[in-house]
Every structure is written in structure tokens, then in C-alpha cells.
Design a protein around this ligand. Structure first.
Ligand SMILES: *Cc1c(COP(=O)(O)O)cnc(C)c1O
Length: 353
């Protein structure tokens, strides 16, 4: 082995989905497989998500949804981030539900329907404070009315109203939920009452039962990573799915060189951040991270005997004392999503089914 290896616990992932789906039932579970399933591999993990009890899948953009259709996924797919060149006709032909944040998007979708020949299923998005996309409360009535009119013309079906929480704090989420309910009431007043409402991702899905509504769009929690600062994935009864390992290439003067670096997605941290890897049963401090390699201290007094060819666990579930992705996220000042999504760049993959 000359480079890093990812071990992906597909069975653990399936179990996580089962745990989360049971937690939020009767709300349904939509599983986010965006960013190639956070670096885990979209098609493989989408299949496992459905086996674990998810009944729909969320991708970020239409092309990722089309790729899932091409490899045979027939379940509901939802895409909500659209660019200026998004091919809505292809999305409609592929039966992908579309998030709609603005009049411009609605008009483009309506135009595409005339090409595709069948109506588009749309989820109208209200912005409840995240300011990423979604209609502002001022624009909301006009968007809802236009969608209603387009529905009467047979161009769209309004199947859901939705928003996304910032997960900043429980108080913020509560305020956002109230805003969402107000927007739902405005839509009802305009004659738009779709069967589905959705708002929560992992964080609110787990901690705020009243935000679960019709479905929860689970992302990172399904991969065994906690969305909270005060508890890790295992503390939530979840199984961290990804283990990242790297062999020792060389050993000199109490320093081991590992075959994984920033080019492999290792965050640029040092022992000063607290960063460590598990090597021969002992946590060893990270001395530095280069493009292709990283160095760790292997002080003889720390115990364990390290020789070239030994394999370090950079992060994993934590069962044997190795750091978790959450710990790496804290050291690097980022979120666990980033740690796992980056780690997949060049590593060889081993999937445990
Ligand atoms: C990423 C994303 C999710 C999943 O978020 P997690 O916090 O990872 O669970 C859900 N909904 C939307 C709109 C997203 O962008």
C-alpha cells in the first residue's frame, strides 16, 4: 500500500439511516447524497439509503440527479440548486422534483415544460433566515400566486413548500419555524396547500420534533457525523461510516512520514491544534502536513513499536482510540462534512457491506 485508503462502512450507514428514519417517523426520510454522498460515493450510498428506509434522495443540482436516474434509481429525487445553464427540460424528463426559489426559476421551468411536454413537480422555497436562496417574505406571495396560476395551466404541480434551517441555535430555528408556518398560511390564503412541508436537516431532524413536518432531509448524520458541537456521532447512537488510513513510508529520528497529505484531503493542522493520528495503538501528534505526506511524532517513550509499512488511522469511528472526523473538524476549524468529503480525493476505497 503506497497511499491512503478509505474504508467505508456501508452496513453502518444503512443502520444509521434506519435509526434516523425510525426516530423521525411518521415524517418521511429524504437522504441527501450531495457532493458525491459527502465523498462516500453517491450511487452506492443512495442504494444503501433506500435499503435503510429512506424513501427519496436529495442531490444539490440537476445533473447529479440525472446521473442517478441513468444508473437506475426510480425513487423521488429532489434538486434545488440551479445555475443559469440548468437544463430544466432534462430534469422534467428525468422526473426530478425541483426546488423553486424565484419567479425567474419558475418562468424558466414553465418554459421547459413546453419542451419536455409533461408538467414539472416543484417545491416552493421560502427563505426563513439563512439567506442562501428561497423567496423573501416580500416576494413569497407573488411566487406562490404565479405557481398557482402555472398549476392551473397544467405547467407545474406544486407538491411541497419548504425551507432550510441555519442550525445556528435552537432559538434561531424556532424563529425560522414560525416564519415558515406564517409562509405556509400565506400560501393557503392564496389557495396553495400542497400535501408536503419540509424544513429540517440533520440537526433539527434529531433535536426538534416539531420541525420534522412531512419529511426530514438527512445529510451528515446518516454518515455517522454529529451536526452538534456537544455530542459526537456515537453519542447519538450513530456509526461513523468513513475510516481514513495511511501507511508509514519512512521513519527517522522519531518522526514517521505517512503517505497522505493535503492533496489527499488531509486538513492542514499541527500538534498545536491538538491534531493526532492513531499508530500502533498510540495517538501520535501531527507535526506537519505537506501535499503528499504528513509527519507524526513517534517518540519512543510513547510506547508501541512503529516500523515502515505500519498503517496509521487518521480518523475513524473511534472504537480503538483513533480520532473521529469531528475531532479533525475541531482541530481544523471546520465541520465534519468537509473532513470526510475532502478525504475521498485520491484514496483507494474498500467498501464494507
Ligand atoms: C445539505 C443539505 C441537507 C442535509 O444537511 P445536513 O445538515 O447534512 O443534514 C438538507 N437540505 C438541504 C437544502 C441541504 O443543502
Amino acid at each position: 500500500m503506497t497511499g491512503p485508503t478509505l474504508i467505508l462502512d456501508l452496513a453502518g450507514f444503512r443502520e444509521n439511516v434506519r435509526t434516523l428514519a425510525a426516530m423521525v417517523a411518521p415524517a418521511r426520510t429524504m437522504l441527501a447524497v450531495k457532493a458525491d454522498a459527502y465523498g462516500h460515493g453517491a450511487a452506492e450510498f443512495a442504494t444503501a439509503a433506500l435499503e435503510g428506509g429512506a424513501d427519496s434522495l436529495a442531490v444539490l443540482e440537476v445533473p447529479a440527479g440525472i446521473r442517478l436516474r441513468e444508473v437506475g434509481f426510480t425513487v423521488p429525487l429532489f434538486a434545488w440548486l440551479h445555475g443559469r445553464d440548468t437544463d430544466f427540460a432534462a430534469a422534467i424528463t428525468a422526473d426530478i422534483d425541483l426546488g423553486v426559489s424565484s419567479m425567474v426559476e419558475l418562468e424558466r421551468i414553465a418554459a421547459a415544460v413546453r419542451t419536455a411536454g409533461s408538467p414539472a413537480s416543484v417545491h416552493l422555497k421560502i427563505d426563513t433566515g439563512l439567506h442562501r436562496n428561497g423567496a423573501s417574505p416580500e416576494d413569497w406571495p407573488a411566487l406562490v400566486s404565479a405557481a398557482r396560476d402555472a398549476e392551473r395551466e397544467g405547467l407545474v404541480r406544486v407538491v411541497a413548500l419548504w425551507s432550510h434551517l441555519a442550525d445556528a441555535s435552537p432559538a434561531d430555528d424556532e424563529a425560522a419555524l414560525a416564519e415558515f408556518r406564517a409562509a405556509v398560511a400565506v400560501a393557503a390564503g392564496l389557495g396553495v396547500e400542497p400535501p408536503l412541508l419540509h424544513l429540517a436537516a440533520s440537526s433539527a431532524g434529531i433535536r426538534e420534533p416539531e420541525a420534522r413536518l412531512g419529511l426530514v432531509r438527512f445529510g451528515i448524520a446518516a454518515y455517522g457525523i454529529s451536526p452538534f458541537d456537544d455530542v459526537d456521532g456515537r453519542g447519538l447512537g450513530l456509526r461513523p461510516v468513513m475510516t481514513f488510513r495511511a501507511p508509514v513510508l519512512a521513519l527517522e529520528d522519531g518522526v514517521a512520514v505517512l503517505a497522505a497529505g493535503s492533496g489527499d484531503g488531509v486538513a492542514p493542522v499541527t500538534a498545536a491544534d491538538g491534531a493526532a493520528v492513531l499508530l500502533e495503538g498510540v495517538r501520535r501528534p501531527v507535526l506537519g502536513v505537506d501535499v503528499d505526506t504528513m509527519t507524526v511524532g513517534v517518540d519512543a517513550t510513547a510506547g508501541g513499536r512503529v516500523t515502515p509499512g505500519d498503517v496509521a488511522t487518521v480518523f475513524g469511528p473511534g472504537d480503538d482510540g483513533e480520532p473521529t472526523a469531528e475531532e479533525w473538524a475541531a482541530w481544523a476549524g471546520t465541520i465534519g462534512d468537509e473532513i470526510v468529503a475532502r478525504a475521498s480525493r485520491r484514496a483507494a476505497r474498500v467498501i464494507r457491506r
